[in-house]
Write a protein that binds this ligand. Structure first.
Ligand code: TXA
Ligand code: MG
Length: 332
């Protein structure tokens, strides 16, 4: 079964699988999600099982719109302002359980937390599933725990190779990085994970952003999935490379200096140095390099066992998010 087109037949099939408390992998505008009915312990438990995810690491629950979120949670005025401006979109809001006016969301979604990550995605397929099932859908990224997030159906298949898992093919380019996770504390915005949300637009709302440096959260992160070892390719990464070694491929950004152009395998996140393009390509190119690395043995001229990554500027929220993912991907 696994990867199927988004024909109306397959979309109906996907909706009925979700309504039967089983799981489906579907595209969002950020990365692929592994979805299940958030009201069903059975569906949610199986998400943890398929991913091999520890039960303490909470899930993001997706809703069709803000109105439906408001059926489940009370939002304060700052949360409402953010939600109205950025939903549907690549934003996850952490909402407190004590603000939940419905106990129906499976407690398993919360991990061992007292808050829930809530998101309204804009992708038409995600929207279609949310609207036709009329369910809140729990969906972490559709990869085995600690692996790279998937941006293509083939990534989902290689990370979660289950014969009976339906994977809906994407029909739109995605942003490539996960949603930005925000928690509002004392009226101020705490960024728990940098991601695809345009922070410049957030700043324009005149809201205070605090604690936006999540470096110090690497070891005791508020978002437990933000442990420093995360998003890992199998192949070793070396960051901010100014040279390439014999057994290294190059992950480039922008114009490639002469000495780096010697690398035997080169993928360029964005030849023109466009940060949106780089964000879109990041996981896909890491997946691809990982695949290439596994193809060749030591005697093959294209053999490499490490990836040198050129410096990527952090003067923009996407640059920060990309460097965050690379740092985790390179940690041992
Ligand atoms: O773009 C995305 O956010 C994708 C798409 C599928 O929606 N989802 C995603 O989910 O990236 P996941 O589970 O791979 O990453 C969610 C992160 C994890 O690091 C988790 O620890 C954190 O969000 N998280 C979830 N609920 C939380 C909570 N209540 N408090 C703090 N962190 C939370
Ligand atoms: Mg993930």
């Amino acid at each position: 079964m696994p990867i199927v087109t988004t024909s109306s037949f397959n979309l109906k099939l996907a909706a009925s699988i979700l309504l039967n408390n089983k799981n489906v992998a579907f595209p969002t505008e950020t990365v692929y999600g592994l979805g299940g009915n958030a009201l069903s312990d059975e569906a949610v438990k199986n998400i943890y099982k398929l991913k091999g995810r520890p039960l303490y690491n909470p899930l993001i629950v997706h809703f069709k719109n803000l109105d439906m979120v408001l059926d489940y949670f009370d939002l304060n005025h700052v949360e409402l302002t953010i939600a109205k401006n950025f939903w549907p979109g690549p934003l996850t809001l952490i909402l407190n359980k004590h603000k939940a006016n419905s106990p129906k969301i499976s407690s398993l979604c919360y991990g061992n937390h007292t808050s829930l990550g809530v998101r309204v995605p804009g992708h038409p397929i995600a929207q279609h599933l949310l609207n036709t099932t009329n369910l809140p859908i729990a969906a972490p990224s559709a990869n085995a725990s600690n692996q790279l997030s998937p941006t293509l159906p083939s990534h989902v298949l290689s990370s979660l190779p289950y014969d009976d898992l339906l994977i809906l093919n994407n029909n739109k380019p995605n942003l490539g990085l996960e949603s930005t996770i925000i928690e509002v504390i004392d009226g101020k915005i705490n960024i728990l994970r940098y991601g695809s949300l345009n922070l410049n637009k957030l700043t324009k709302l005149g809201l205070d952003i605090v604690n936006s440096d999540n470096e110090n959260q690497q070891n005791s992160p508020k978002a437990p999935g933000n442990l420093s070892k995360h998003y890992s390719p199998k192949t070793k990464l070396r960051l901010n490379a100014s040279n390439v070694n014999n057994n290294e491929a190059l992950l480039a950004f922008g114009e490639i200096p002469q000495n780096l152009s010697q690398a035997k395998v080169i993928l360029n996140l964005s030849p023109s140095g466009n940060i949106e393009e780089a964000a879109h390509n990041l996981f896909a190119m890491l997946w691809e390099l990982d695949n290439l690395a596994s193809l060749h043995n030591k005697h093959n001229p294209l053999y490499f066992n490490s990836i040198a990554v050129m410096e990527i500027p952090t003067n923009n929220y996407l640059g920060v998010a990309i460097n965050d993912r690379l740092k985790r991907a390179s940690s041992k």
